[in-house]
Design a protein around this ligand. Structure first.
Ligand code: 26A
Length: 368
């Protein structure tokens, strides 16, 4: 792949990072990606480019993908898990990152048969992938629910994400504070949790936020999806004050501005207003970063907004944009944890997104 053989600094550095310097916590999902037509989206009342939690009416989608004539490809997913995998890929040093979440006990139809790797349940597949990629994990395993899945429905350049959280929804704060997980938390100096986790365990996010404030460590979150500021406004309000960095895309930023009555649709203005919202740790001023697809990324830092153009790409090279935002954050954080300047971090984020949109799902190339 062209992007991967370039002279990008992130590909050459072989730095020694502290073990587990970056900690992520979120919904471990297995992505089931299929190309569908617009009629299929209409049948289930889905928008071409959105992320939602499955309602009862969406349940048949998973059976259809599992049983019918769709060519489904499976890949590890879950927004935070994607970001951590991308960050680890850049950092190289084994176990620079950790990830925590809840997987399940899978029924027989949740077994992926692969000619090369044999049989794996969805949950085992996630575990083995993380192990192979040198990421420290401590999954809670729920005995009563299957591993969460995300149907990734591709139409042209768009992706509609329909998530069935199942076991991912059963994450418990008591698991976070248990010694096996808390040692991962205390090892880290940077935290990243996608806003999606607000639907699962906002108290766990606050627990980590409190630790970060106490130790002056960096806590970051993503707005993740427009439905969160609308339907999970209270947990969002609770967690935002802990955020030293807020990430999001243009749709999420505008939905947030509407739901939090910021009275503007201008991205730089929204970023400025989000940066000025209440903050617990006064030793760090908040950075706000909004990506907007092919348009320039807006960064608000040190009282000013700056735009960074994305790496150009021919449209025929784009396979699917699923995971592009997660990859951006992973690339960004891989440099940020090394104390690099903001420009270097943003450029590495761009590089990561550029790489991921040229493959299906959040799939990382083998490293030499
Ligand atoms: C709570 N929800 C809806 C979700 C998600 C999610 N990750 C966590 N929680 N809905 C979709 N995703 C993941 O987003 C990635 C693309 O950004 C998908 O698994 C996909 O890999």
């Amino acid at each position: 792949m062209e992007a991967c053989s370039s002279n990008h600094p992130g590909l050459k550095t072989n730095i020694m990072t502290k073990k587990g310097v970056l900690y992520g916590m979120g919904n471990p999902l297995l992505d089931m990606t299929a190309v569908v037509d617009e009629a299929y989206l209409q049948k289930y009342d889905l928008q071409p480019n959105n992320a939602i939690l499955a309602e009862d009416k969406h349940r048949p989608i998973y059976d259809e993908l599992l049983n019918e004539n769709y060519k489904v490809s499976y890949s590890p997913g879950g927004a935070t898990q994607n970001t951590i995998r991308v960050a680890q890929w850049y950092l190289r040093e084994p176990e620079s990152t950790s990830f925590v979440g809840c997987i399940g006990s899978d029924p027989p139809e949740f077994i992926i048969k692969d000619d090369k790797t044999g049989q794996d349940t969805f949950g085992d597949k996630l575990k083995s992938c993380m192990k192979k990629e040198d990421i420290r994990t401590n999954y809670l395993v729920d005995p009563n629910a299957p591993t969460g899945v995300c149907a990734v429905l591709i139409t042209g350049g768009n992706r509609s994400l329909v998530t069935r959280l199942d076991a991912a929804n059963e994450y418990k704060q008591s698991h976070l504070t248990s010694p096996g997980t808390w040692s991962l938390v205390t090892d880290a100096s940077f935290y990243y949790i996608a806003g999606y986790f607000l639907t699962v365990s906002p108290d766990s996010m606050v627990e980590i936020g409190e630790h970060a404030v106490k130790e002056n460590k960096c806590f970051s979150m993503n707005l993740s999806a427009p439905f969160l500021s609308q339907f999970f406004k209270d947990p969002m309000k609770k967690v935002l004050p802990y955020c030293d960095i807020v990430f999001g895309n243009e749709d999420e930023a505008r939905a947030f501005a509407k739901d939090f009555e910021l009275n503007t649709t201008d991205l730089a203005e929204i970023a400025k207003k989000v940066a000025a919202m209440p903050k617990k740790n006064s030793k760090r001023s908040r950075i706000v970063i909004f990506t907007q697809g092919a348009e320039p990324t807006v960064v608000f830092k040190d009282n000013k907004a700056k735009e960074y153009p994305v790496l150009p790409i021919a449209s025929e090279k784009i396979i699917d944009t699923n995971g592009a935002g997660d990859a951006f954050v992973g690339g960004f954080l891989a440099e940020y944890v090394q104390d690099k300047d903001i420009e270097t971090c943003v450029n590495n984020g761009m590089h990561a997104a550029h790489m991921i949109i040229q493959v299906s799902g959040c799939t990382l190339p083998e490293r030499q």
